[in-house]
Ligand binder design. Structure first.
Ligand code: SAH
Length: 329
């Protein structure tokens, strides 16, 4: 699909045909299974100041927490005991954990459990990424957030769009399965930007691509803005599925936060992953990247999977991207 076709689809009010086509591609290339990734939001400290995110350093209304390795291991134990074989460790960009602290957490988990580890801890030094990989991390999730360079730079003070893209390449060269993604409906974004986000995603050829609508958080500079559109998010999921046949695509928490059937709708237009969260209640309420976040429990995820008439897979759900390369040859 070229850029103009993508824009056409994004502008068309009737999307049934697009969703049906995406669902068919998903079934053919990814099968009927929905993979489960258990998330632990282990720290809400952050040194960045992203305009949209409630964890931003200037937000002094949030009480900050940091879990100990033992607290994290205990939650991994719960996740593992339910049969889930991927854990996502997510936090703000928190340098309160040194390179060796993170390596230590990874090795503790790997020594005890046969489980894939995805890190989602933001921008670090290249040597950190290498050390985390050597310690046993399997995957890394870092979104480019928007392909519009000037919007990116406006929303991320003192951060550089080129560095984001460079990190994605470095992670790939280190042998991580790489996840990226973007938000839909950031203030100032156009339909053309969404199309460019889809094209950039296609060029990156990630193992996983996660997208969700922008949702305001009241303690941020964008707290008064309106949220991104659910329908545009669903269209973007469908277009990603058609263009990136073998990438894992989650039905995200942000989508479920704006629409009570968001997970089911996402699964019906291309998504094949759900990421229930296992952060304990006390910390959960403090991990407020946006307001009115829907709690995705494992039961909530299972219910969405059965409503979408799909089957649950607890396996690691590794990347199928290599197959895509073969397919394209
Ligand atoms: N510090 C890590 C993890 C950030 S939170 C990192 O920067 O990668 C994970 C994701 O939440 C972000 O990548 C962003 O896409 C999403 N997010 C943050 N604020 C949001 C908001 N207000 N609305 C919707 N999604 C948001």
């Amino acid at each position: 699909m070229n850029r103009n076709e993508i824009i056409e689809y994004l502008k068309t009010p009737n999307c049934d045909e697009l969703f049906t086509a995406a669902d068919k591609v998903r079934n053919e290339y990814m099968g009927n299974e929905v993979y489960i990734r258990g998330i632990i939001e282990f720290s809400n400290f952050c040194c960045r100041n992203c305009f949209y995110c409630g964890l931003r350093t200037d937000n002094n209304k949030t009480e900050r927490y940091r879990m100990t390795p033992q607290e994290i291991i205990n939650i991994v134990e719960t996740i593992y005991s339910k049969g889930i074989r991927t854990v996502v460790l997510q936090s703000g960009d928190d340098f309160g954990y040194s390179r060796s602290d993170i390596c230590n957490i990874i090795s503790l988990i790997k020594n005890k459990f046969d489980i894939a580890i995805t890190l989602s801890i933001g921008e670090r030094k290249n040597d950190d990424y290498k050390a985390f990989r050597d310690a046993g991390a399997d995957r890394y999730l870092i979104k480019f957030e928007t392909s519009n360079r000037s919007l990116y730079e406006k929303l991320h003070p003192r951060q550089d769009f080129n560095r984001r893209l460079e990190i994605l390449e470095i992670l790939d060269s280190l042998g991580y399965q790489v996840g990226t993604g973007f938000m839909v409906g950031l203030p100032g974004e156009t339909i053309e930007d969404i199309a460019n986000n889809i094209i950039l995603s296609k060029n990156i050829m990630p193992d996983m691509i996660g997208i969700g609508p922008f949702i305001p958080q009241k303690e941020t500079p964008l707290g008064h803005c309106s949220n991104g559109s659910v329908i545009n998010t669903l269209k973007a999921i469908a277009l990603l599925r058609i263009n990136l046949k073998y990438s894992h695509i989650p039905a995200t928490t942000a989508l479920a936060s704006l629409d009570k059937n968001g997970l089911v709708k996402g699964l019906k237009c291309g998504a094949n992953v759900i990421m229930p969260d296992f952060t304990p209640d006390t910390e959960k309420n403090k991990y407020r990247i946006y307001d009115n976040k829907q709690r995705i429990t494992f039961d909530f995820a299972k219910d969405a999977i059965s409503k979408a008439d799909r089957s649950l897979s607890l396996s690691r759900g590794d990347s199928l991207k290599k197959k895509e390369a073969i397919y394209e040859d």
